[in-house]
Design a protein. Structure first.
Length: 109
């Protein structure tokens, strides 16, 4: 369950388009987060390379109203990378923002 205020972190891997082997991108990949009904990204999270790993990248962002997220909204996280001069795009995560569950009070008697 994804709720407002949560921090989302997702990893993704880039591959050589000719061999399929894991390979670093030619330059740092990009990321866009879209609301399902909108063609303009609501945020452009920064992608970082995971230290010590070949072809593995990480994207992190906060799900909050400042970043354009709304309760009951559904979203797609897309990344784009160029490897060996060939550009590819993929959806790495889709989610819906839900109401946080209300905690029940516990009373000791």
């Amino acid at each position: 369950m994804i709720t407002l205020g949560m921090i989302i972190t997702r990893d993704f891997t880039t591959h050589n388009p000719n061999t399929g082997d894991v390979q670093d991108a030619d330059f740092l990949p990009t990321c866009e987060v879209f609301a399902n009904a909108v063609d303009i990204p609501i945020i452009l999270p920064i992608v970082v390379k995971r230290a010590g790993f070949i072809g593995i990248y990480r994207v992190t962002f906060t799900v909050n109203s400042v970043n354009g997220f709304m309760l009951n909204g559904s979203y797609n996280v897309d990344v784009e990378a160029t490897v060996n001069a060939i550009t590819a795009r993929a959806n790495i995560y889709s989610f819906m923002v839900e109401q946080a569950a209300k905690q029940k009070a516990v009373f000791a008697i």
